[in-house]
Design a protein around this ligand. Structure first.
Ligand code: BES
Ligand code: ZN
Length: 868
């Protein structure tokens, strides 16, 4: 890493290795919410290639108490501390530095560094929070081994946790006690963690494939510990899966997970001590939905899987962020696909990509999977780093196949274990294992923007020649006007008039691998000869190429493809395309074809209910908005509602029949069949409720609900479609769960996403109520995040009231927690694509924020939003 240039940006090209290495870090904490003292002993060694450099350590908001070298205190004249860095000149060479500092956890509202959540003391260090705990080289390529001593009052902090293995405990005088931890693996400071307080646990001991006995613990507030069992099971499933699928074992004697109510992100993979937002731990069927259970399992897996992809092999610098995040999202999505339904998992991923990542890649904040500069790294934990990054790994997996990919991963882990790696190291391992040249593939990391594939077909009835031309184009993005072609694996299938697959391979200048063509040039042609009639073509099955496909098929062709295609993702996609056509082009044939296809699906008793449920969810606002040039949210949502209302009326009988048929199966339990039954019933209910003014069905489901999955969906329908029973149901729900902040967040979410511009008043009322807790990130997301992202109608209100609701809170939120504020500010990323007057509203609001946001996070985003 290197300091920022004059342009205020840190640049990838400026990377220099650390001038000083830290071989060992011995930290001792005297914990107290008002004044914690941190003593750090660091064993230092200069880089032999950079001798004579001053020692410069990061440190922010630290009260410096003392500095010593090799046991001798330094006079104030021997060092400087300017509030950002401690600088010591003229060190002889290898030495031991000891610093003592004081910090103030209870005053830390940013939730970075050491902070309090209720009566707990917790840390969050990624990306650059460790510098708020003690003086250190706060960069991921400095990887000492650690010894951590925690001391605190025994009554108030009976449990003291840190990274690694516990090695000693003892009682101290005056009611304090001490706990010592050792982390023998070279670990960067962003993975440092401690947790202290009154915690209870669920625990389970497992023996790993390598024969290590490991204690798995999930810790929470004693009142919540009964809801930790599911997360504990998910830890064990993750451990077993990484052994099986990637041959990766766990490497400490304990694996601790702690649930926290105040946490900015979802969860954090600290070595041996993951810290989680409580929403990704606590669950039982009365308070959590099926979607919550699945999210918990996948987040637990994600953080667990980082132990290899991120921790054992870490990052050279933050530009490589996707090397841990994209790779780990790929790994956790494979975990979920292996344990549950691969098709459903893929459909969900495609929805997120299309609805959210494509929009990011087309908006003001577009950036490559590996950015080449940043002002504030916190702003780069984006859908592009995560989801597109995972897609790029998936492309590699598709090109290489499972076995060669696995060999490449084995090599990557072996060659880089205990090291700080780059994306080049990752590609080098895969190039070596596969014998392939991956230099063109690397463009996926450096080029922003979603590739567009345009397919044109030509059938010559006289010769029977069927020719397909595939053009690829990556659109310009901020700072990147010109793009080069990417390597894209495109799956294809042709069907004859009877629906049978045509298996003949096409003639082409591109490499063919079974039913997949590897596109490498801006244009390729595929030709089949001697066909009797124009075939029905299907491209990009499984969404193996994460692209926008432009292939002008008629509604009849799309409908046929839904019928004959075997790949469920492609069948689902055919329905999505029909719906998009029906909504955006008001194409009556598309609407008719969609209606017929859905009727078929609903009456097909053999169809997988989970799949049918997915098919019933039509493209959302974000996905539709991405497909038009100027977004008029009201008109777009009106068109969507009109289609949904019509289909709901026509399909009411089969929807009701499915709803009734699965009543029994939907009862309780987390097995796939019960979850699928609930998913299908709730999808049917959402359609039926739109055309049932009495709200009878939703009311009955609410009154007789057997789980939060049933109760929540029913309440949502009552509120969103204005049923007479809505206010009473809301009040009952609110009362029942008033003591549970996570369930409270749920009803708040339903209220603020009511698809009516009057929802702005409800948000206003919440902001004025005692439910509004701006210091709690979950609550801010529940009120404002859900409103902004989940209520496109009210957020985009023509008078700008929706924008103002969010914008007016930003200065205060920014002063409290810059990362939370920056996320909300990022919700304006699509403003330039809005039609006329609304765009002017958005611009005025962004201009009005200038000078009122103080954090580097928000200032960076605001500049990018306004400059674009
Ligand atoms: N390393 C991140 C957590 C993180 C993100 C810390 C940003 C600091 C800044 C963690 O592994 C992660 O990616 N968490 C996700 C959830 C995950 C399942 C995608 C999160 O917190 O949203
Ligand atoms: Zn992660």
């Amino acid at each position: 890493m290197s300091p920022p240039r004059d342009d205020g940006h840190v640049h990838l090209a400026d990377y220099v290795p650390p001038a000083w290495r830290i071989l060992h870090a011995d930290l001792a904490f005297d914990l107290d919410p008002d004044a914690t003292e941190v003593r750090a002993r660091l064993v230092l060694e200069p880089d032999p290639d950079q001798p004579g450099q001053p020692l410069v350590l990061d440190g922010e908001e630290l009260t410096l108490l003392s500095v010593a070298i090799d046991g001798r205190g330094l006079d104030a004249g021997r060092y400087t501390y300017d509030g950002r860095a401690l600088r010591i000149e003229g060190l002889p060479g290898a030495c031991e530095l000891e610093t003592r500092v004081r910090i103030h956890p209870a005053g830390n509202t940013r939730l970075e560094g050491l902070y309090t959540s209720g009566r707990l003391l917790l840390t969050q260090c990624e990306a650059e929070g460790f510098r708020r705990i003690t003086f250190f080289a706060d960069r991921p390529d400095v990887m000492p081994r650690w010894r951590i001593t925690l001391r605190a009052a025994r009554e108030r902090y009976p449990v003291l946790l840190a990274n690694g293995n516990p090695v000693a405990r003892r009682e101290l005088d005056d009611g304090r006690h001490e706990s010592v931890w050792e982390n023998p693996h070279p670990t960067p400071c962003y993975l440092f963690a401690i947790a202290a307080g009154e915690l209870d646990r669920v625990t389970h001991s497992v023996r790993t494939a390598e024969g290590r006995q490991v204690e798995l613990n999930v810790w929470a507030d004693p009142a919540d510990v009964a809801r930790c069992e599911y997360a504990l099971g998910a830890v064990e499933r993750s451990l077993r899966w990484d052994e099986r699928r990637f041959g990766r074992g766990y490497d400490l004697d304990v694996f601790n997970v702690v649930a926290a109510q105040d946490f900015t992100m979802g969860a954090m993979e600290n070595k041996g001590l993951n810290i989680f937002n409580a929403r990704y731990i606590l669950a039982d069927e009365a308070t959590a939905t099926d979607a919550d259970f699945l999210a918990i399992e996948s987040v637990v897996a994600h953080e667990y899987l980082h132990n290899w992809s991120g921790n054992r092999v870490t990052l050279r610098d933050w530009f490589q962020l996707s090397l841990k995040e994209g790779l780990t999202v790929f790994r956790d999505s494979e975990f979920s696909a292996d344990l549950h339904s691969r098709a459903i998992k893929r459909i969900e991923a495609v929805r997120v990509l299309r609805g959210r990542q494509f929009a990011e890649d087309a908006g003001a904040l577009a950036h490559p999977v590996r950015p080449d500069r940043y002002r504030e790294i916190s702003n780069f934990y984006t859908l592009t780093i995560y989801e597109k990054g995972a897609e790029v790994i998936r492309v590699l997996h598709t090109l290489l196949g499972e076995d060669v990919f696995r060999a490449g991963m084995d090599r990557y882990f072996a060659d880089n274990d205990g090291r700080a790696a780059t994306l080049e190291d990752f590609l080098a391992a895969h190039a070596a294992a596969s014998g392939r040249d991956l230099s063109q593939f690397a463009r996926w990391f450096s080029q922003a923007g979603t590739p567009e594939l345009t397919i044109t077909e030509d059938f010559n009835a006289a010769t029977g020649d069927y020719t397909v031309t595939v053009d690829q184009h990556v659109p310009p993005t901020p700072g990147q006007p010109d793009k080069q072609p990417l390597v894209l694996p495109l799956r294809f299938a042709l069907y004859d008039a009877a629906g049978a697959a045509i298996t003949a391979a096409p003639e082409t200048d591109a490499a063919i691998n079974g039913a997949m063509v590897e596109l490498v040039a801006a244009r390729h042609a595929l030709r089949w000869r001697g066909l009797r009639a124009k075939p029905l073509a299907a491209f990009n099955q499984g969404f193996a190429a994460p692209v926008k496909l432009r292939f002008a098929q008629s509604p009849a062709e799309l409908a046929r493809s839904v019928r004959v295609e075997r790949d469920p993702v492609h069948r689902w996609d055919g329905l999505q395309r029909l719906a998009t056509r029906a909504i955006l082009s008001r194409d009556a044939d598309a609407a008719d074809a969609l209606e017929a296809a859905l009727a078929d699906l609903l009456t097909d008793a053999a169809a997988d209910p989970a799949f049918v449920a997915e098919c019933l969810v039509l493209p959302d606002f974000d996905t539709l908005a991405d497909a038009v040039d100027a977004v008029d949210p009201g008109a777009l949502l009106d068109a969507r509602d009109a289609l949904l209302d019509r289909l709901a009326r026509v399909l009411a009988a089969p929807l009701q029949a499915r709803y009734d048929a699965f009543a029994e199966a939907a009862g309780q339990g987390l097995d796939g069949a019960a979850m699928a039954a609930r998913a299908l019933r709730n999808a049917c209910l959402a359609w039926l409720a739109r055309v049932d003014a009495s709200g009878r069905l939703a009311q009955r489901q609410f009154d007789t609900a057997r789980s939060m999955t049933e109760r929540g969906a029913a309440l949502r329908c009552l509120l969103h479609f204005g049923a007479p029973g809505a206010p009473a149901a809301l009040a009952a729900f609110r009362e029942q769960f008033a003591a549970d902040p996570l369930v409270t967040d749920k009803w708040i979410g339903f209220v603020v996403t009511r698809p009516d511009i009057a929802a702005c008043d409800d948000v206003e009322a919440l902001l004025a109520s005692s439910w509004w807790k701006p210091a709690n990130p979950n609550r801010v997301r529940a009120v404002l995040g859900n409103f902004q992202r989940g209520n496109p109608r009210a957020f985009h209100r023509a008078d700008g009231a929706g924008f103002r609701l969010v914008a007016e809170r930003l200065p205060a939120l920014d002063a409290t927690n810059p990362q939370v504020a920056a996320r909300l500010l990022g919700g304006f990323e699509g403003w330039r694509r809005l039609a006329g007057p609304l765009r002017a509203q958005a611009r005025a609001i962004l201009d009005g924020l200038d000078g009122r946001l103080v954090s580097p996070d928000c200032r960076d985003l605001l500049a990018r939003l306004r400059d674009s």
